[in-house]
Design a protein around this ligand. Sequence first.
Ligand SMILES: [Zn+2]
Length: 260
Amino acid sequence: MLDEQDLIRYSRQVIIPDIEEQGQEILIAQKILIVGAGGLGCPVGLYCAAAGFGNIEIWDNDNIELSNLNRQIAHQTNEIGLNKAKSLEKKCLQVNSSINVKSRDIVFNEKSDVKKFDIIFDCTDNIEARYKINKLAHQNKKLLISGSATQFEGQVLVIKSGLNKKYPCYECVFPKTSENNVDFNCRNAGILGSITSFIASIQVTEAIREILKLNKHNIEGKNNFYLQKSNAEYLILYDGSLQEINKIKLNKNLNCDTCN
Ligand SMILES: [Zn+2]
């Protein structure tokens, strides 16, 4: 049950038809992992905290640098040198002190324990980490929301291969080849903060939709329009230089080593 403070705090989303109190309670019950507290992880963390995802854990072993501050909006100039996960934890709790937020100064690796989480947000900036997160999310049957962005462009993948065999995993869409192992990230390609924030917003919106759907959120007599379609078979592409969003239909790779 939502208490009086929660009813006020979340009033603008609880009045959305088909979310209501029951939907908010589902969000509060979630345990989420945010891997990376950088350009994507900062807005993902802040929006998840504000929306009332009740249990948030943030992993990052990086320290804040001056060149991060154009996009990593939870971190401040006077925090240069501090751990990014710790900084984001603090800001999430400042936004919403009624939730649980924890940070860990660690790197995601193939032995990371993700069993307790309901949703994993991939907010990393390198392809090697993405493959590891994808593999563990699949093996542990977790909902994975993967985002990436460079320059004026970004993309989001909703990955549910562990929950339903018909859906592709990250590696189905981006098979391991020597070509995509080239380190093309924000460090050497550049990135705008307004682009990472836009991609992070899509990630959080998709997480809310998917988690309400997975929890069979179904207000009687209502038409849950926002839950009807999953993007688990699409690559969402945003091009900020043309202001275009496209969705590309994806196929599962029946030869994928990870999800078959
Ligand atoms: Zn696959």
